[in-house]
Ligand binder design. Structure first.
Ligand code: ZN
Length: 709
């Protein structure tokens, strides 16, 4: 039963106290630990089994409650609400995609990538020519004059010419424009409001904080939203010498597969770096990578970018510095780890998504605030992942690496981030907000192991994978215990997640449903299958849609838009009564859909936007938000505009747990507090006013939620 603690779990143990007991504000510090995707039901089960002693103790001394996520229960959406106290209508972060109503084309909802002039833009080269010629001319003429040579101005002319040539060459190395990212999140973060009141704060890795925005007395390390060096959410590469290698999947997550010319002796290949968005050519920047297989085939020596290291099968490299030269002046700096996954009979080499090196980050690419802070952390602790989606779920999802490799990545990454957390705890800041993503990634990849009815459940591996998931939750408990041990009686500790998890057994192709039921009119045949790679690169997102005859369309994960006259480019539905009638018709018909294979309703509830958002931009926000029942999710294909020729299919993928389109009641998160809770019905939107009340800071606007401490 959602939002209510099952009686068997923590009765009598997870207490919560009255409002009177919770009224006093702390004089000490406030530590907020965020763990993405920690599921309430699963947590309660582990607490009851005695596996999470530190969380159990926290609940006993303070309180515990299930935490209702936002609608939809998506990571950027929920954390943006956590950060600003606004619902998704107010934060403008309501899905992972938004659309241009005029063209129907999607862009990322979280941030906008544009371009901005670099230095003087197109005038860079002429300026370099003038400067080069002028400086060398003046220097030469001055020197000649000092040497009392006759007619120094004339003699200096060749130097001027040299300067012009140098200026022309160097000026050509300067880009006229560089990419610039702008966050689309609206609202005031609570750490900003606290900073305005003189409260120093450190905020690490919270999603939707890129580019990092400075706030008074504050330090911020950006989280989800920071792209990898290739400008993607995460793009791993897999090198194989197996000529017969084929993907076991349709590679929807677009792992870069690089074929090696041989599997013995010296094999030359490249590391693929960033696409070239600065100059006309080449299309992307690569650096050489050489593999030298030992004669006894026990190891491989790798060399790239001036580094050489040896890997045995199953071994990870340390951090490898990768420098991609656009030209002698402009370079992209990053770092990443390799793992040699196999050597016999074929080489399998895995390269993780490349993190941008903050010390050499391009202008505007602000991973931290102050901008130089991430670089200082690097100087102190060595490299750490800066890419926002730090745990690579793409390679295991496409089965190019196994779960063991995925788990090793979790341990390595979390270990480094725990080192940062210890450093932050040692500061004097009164507010510390620290986020871990790995719990969500474990849920996505491993949930099939806890659901015996999942199509990808394998009895042979289930116990081992369940162990990894459980170990991940135990690791969270250890982190909580370590932090709690550093706090004094006046300090407050909150531990929370943005949403929970559900098994994802069946996919619902909602775009196909819309087409079949005549809401989305097709000019051609339909039946297209899409992948993420061509989501933004192709010219046309909706190749076959006849907009003048279409009444509704779906975009992202659960966002349903009416093709509204006056708003959409080829709007076909009149505002007013026709719009309202269609919204209610769609909601009722979707909720009535039955999956013939199971007899279940795939759609749980369809919300009218005004039912779940207090204020919103009617141009931006979906007219309806579709949520799915336990076991169901809207398909990746529908998220990408694809229309396979069927309504449902089994999800036999590694990516087997989800929450993105689940009814929020099905996927509650958790909240643990070192202080007693005033009530038990809590939502993530209540956290903002609670934190501000604890810090005795007035909210910059009337919050939607209610404080609970
Ligand atoms: Zn997730």
């Amino acid at each position: 039963m959602p939002n209510r603690l099952p009686a068997l779990t923590l009765a009598g143990c997870l207490g919560f106290a009255t409002a009177a007991a919770a009224a006093s504000a702390p004089a000490g510090r406030l530590v907020v630990l965020g763990f993405d995707g920690v599921d309430a039901e699963y947590t309660e089960r582990l607490v009851a089994a005695g596996r999470l002693p530190n969380l159990a103790k926290l609940a006993e001394q303070g309180g515990y409650a299930r935490l209702a996520p936002t609608t939809p229960a998506q990571t950027p959406v929920s954390w943006a609400t956590f950060t600003t106290g606004r619902d998704p209508g107010g934060t403008r972060i309501f899905d992972f995609l938004r659309r241009d109503p005029q063209t129907y084309l999607p862009t990322f909802a979280v941030a906008e990538e544009g371009r901005r002039p670099f230095l003087l833009g197109r005038a860079n080269r002429p300026l370099a020519v003038v400067l080069g010629g002028g400086v060398l001319f003046l220097a030469a003429a001055g020197a000649l004059a000092l040497a009392r040579r006759r007619r120094p101005w004339l003699l200096a002319a060749p130097a001027a010419l040299l300067g012009v040539v140098v200026g022309w060459v160097v000026g050509g190395w300067l880009p006229a424009a560089i990419p610039a990212v702008v966050s689309r999140r609206a609202g005031t973060p609570f750490w900003h409001a606290a900073g305005d009141h003189g409260i120093a704060g450190t905020v690490a890795h919270i999603p939707v904080t890129f580019p990092a925005a400075a706030f008074p007395h504050g330090h911020l390390l950006a989280g989800l939203g920071v792209p990898d060096l290739r400008g993607r959410i995460g793009s791993p590469a897999f090198y194989t010498s197996n000529p017969a290698f084929t993907m076991a999947t349709d590679n929807e997550f677009s792992v870069e597969i690089i074929r090696l010319a041989g599997n013995s002796g010296t094999v030359d290949t490249t590391v693929v770096g960033p696409p070239n968005k600065l100059f006309p050519s080449p299309p992307r920047i690569e650096v050489p990578l050489r593999l030298e297989v030992a004669a006894d085939r026990a190891s491989v020596d790798l060399s790239t970018c001036g580094q050489r290291f040896t890997l045995r099968p199953g071994q990870w490299s340390g951090w490898v510095r990768l420098v991609f030269p656009f030209n002698p002046l402009v370079k992209a700096h990053g770092w990443a780890r390799f793992k040699l996954t196999q050597l016999d009979p074929h080489i399998g080499l895995y390269l993780q998504p490349i993190s941008v090196d903050p010390v050499h980050a391009p202008p505007g690419f602000d991973i931290s605030a102050p901008r130089g802070w991430a670089g200082e952390l690097y100087e102190q602790f060595g490299p750490f992942k800066t890419v926002g989606w730090a745990i690579d779920t793409w390679a295991p999802s496409e089965k190019v690496v196994d779960e063991q490799t995925f788990w090793e990545d979790v341990e390595l990454t979390v270990g480094e981030f725990r080192g940062l957390l210890r450093h932050f705890l040692a500061s004097d800041d009164r507010l510390l907000v620290h986020y871990f993503e790995y719990t969500d990634r474990l849920g996505h990849i491993l949930w099939r192991a806890v659901d015996p009815d999942h199509p990808a459940h394998e009895a042979a591996t289930a116990a081992r994978l369940r162990g990894m998931l459980e170990d991940g939750y135990v690791m969270m408990d250890e982190i909580v215990g370590e932090v709690a041990a550093t706090l004094g009686p006046d300090d407050v500790l909150l531990v929370l997640s943005d949403h929970g998890f559900s098994t994802w057994r069946r996919s619902f192709h909602i775009d196909t449903w819309l087409a079949r039921e005549g809401y989305l009119a097709l000019a051609g045949g339909g039946g297209e299958v899409e992948n993420l790679e061509n989501l933004f690169d192709r010219g046309e997102f909706w190749p076959n849609v006849d907009w003048r005859r279409s009444r509704a369309y779906h975009l992202g994960l659960g966002g349903l838009y009416i093709n509204l006259a006056g708003r959409e480019g080829s709007g076909a539905v009149a505002p007013g009564a026709e719009y309202e009638r269609l919204r209610r018709e769609l909601a009722a018909r979707l909720e009535a859909v039955v999956d013939p294979a199971t007899g279940q309703h795939p759609v749980s509830r369809v919300f009218l936007r005004e039912e779940v958002y207090r204020t919103f931009d009617p141009q931006l926000i979906p007219d309806l938000i579709v949520t799915t029942s336990r076991g169901y999710r809207i398909s990746w294909q529908s998220a990408l505009g694809g229309m396979p020729d069927r309504l449902f299919e089994d999800n036999a993928r590694v990516w087997s747990g989800d929450h993105c389109t689940l009814d929020p009641d099905v996927v509650p998160g958790v909240l643990f507090s070192s202080r007693p809770l005033e009530r038990r019905q809590l939502a993530i939107i209540d956290v903002y006013p609670t934190i501000l009340r604890l810090l005795q800071v007035r909210s910059p606007e009337e919050p939607v939620g209610q404080p609970f401490l």
